[in-house]
Write a protein that binds this ligand. Sequence first.
Ligand code: HEC
Ligand code: HEC
Length: 265
Amino acid sequence: MPIVIKVLGFSVALTLVFTIITNLLPQVEGEAPVEKTFDPGAFTEESFVLLGEDLFKGKGTCTLCHNNMGRAPDILARNMVETAAERLADARYQGKATDAESYLRESMLEPSLYIVKNYGKQGSKSPMPVINKAPIQLSDIEINAIIAYMQVKDGNQMTVALPTATPTEEKTTVQAPALAENAEAAINQYGCTACHAILTSESSIGPDLRNVATRLSSAEIRQSIIEPNAVITEGYSPMMPNNFAEQMKVKELEMIVQFLAEGAP
Ligand code: HEC
Ligand code: HEC
């Protein structure tokens, strides 16, 4: 075989290997957060709903809990306008909402006002985070976009008003979550505390992570996070989200693994 072809073959193989490796690693270390800048005056109903869907599945972290695993009502599978009407008609409802739009907004801003049956006791604190506060901290425009998405996805009419351009043509920026500063921040950002006893959380949906180093090696901890269903811890059901590998940056994953492997406080 002529040498040039051998060399070419080799570099093609190398390129392939690199492509496979980079495809395995969800995001390149330290990758700058994707910033989407939009002009509030330029929205159509369609693009506003798309923004809402993006926020619901991404920055808003809603799908972490709202999925088909039973941790929270499966919003994607339910018609939320009909659901809102049922909630408002419930004798236990004590909030101030009067229609679907105000119910959906209230669910995000004051989740503890009304606790959906089987997800906690009425009068106790909802497991759902307050969406306009840290760490999720969505703006009013972003919250409206999510309401629009929840209305339109099942063919209901969008009732929220499209944002209007400010006279100064000010641009609004939707920022993808930045790289977490340290392991604690990453653990909070990815909602591990919703299910595990770790940091200030005493949740017992999943195993206690404060002493996970006594059970698992670093490699096993890493696998438990990126492939949670590969090994199911005895006595627990397989309900850990299996998309952390897509969401986390490599650096965040490694910070969390190291923190847990060192016997997190
Ligand atoms: C940490 C888990 C968690 C996250 C993250 C979360 N929620 Fe929730 N949410 C819940 C739980 C649990 C309930 C049911 C308890 C309650 O009514 O407060 C709920 C209730 C709701 C309800 C009322 C549902 C109904 O059937 O009446 C809406 C609407 C809602 N969430 C929207 C959202 C949106 C939008 C986001 C993202 C911006 C989000 N949630 C993020 C856990 C979560
Ligand atoms: C919706 C609930 C939920 C969330 C959120 C969640 N986990 Fe889990 N996790 C579980 C459950 C349940 C198990 C046990 C079943 C299994 O092995 O999948 C588990 C297992 C684990 C294990 C193996 C523990 C052992 O002792 O075998 C590790 C490590 C772990 N999770 C880390 C994390 C980290 C880190 C995060 C955040 C990035 C996280 N989990 C988010 C529910 C969750």
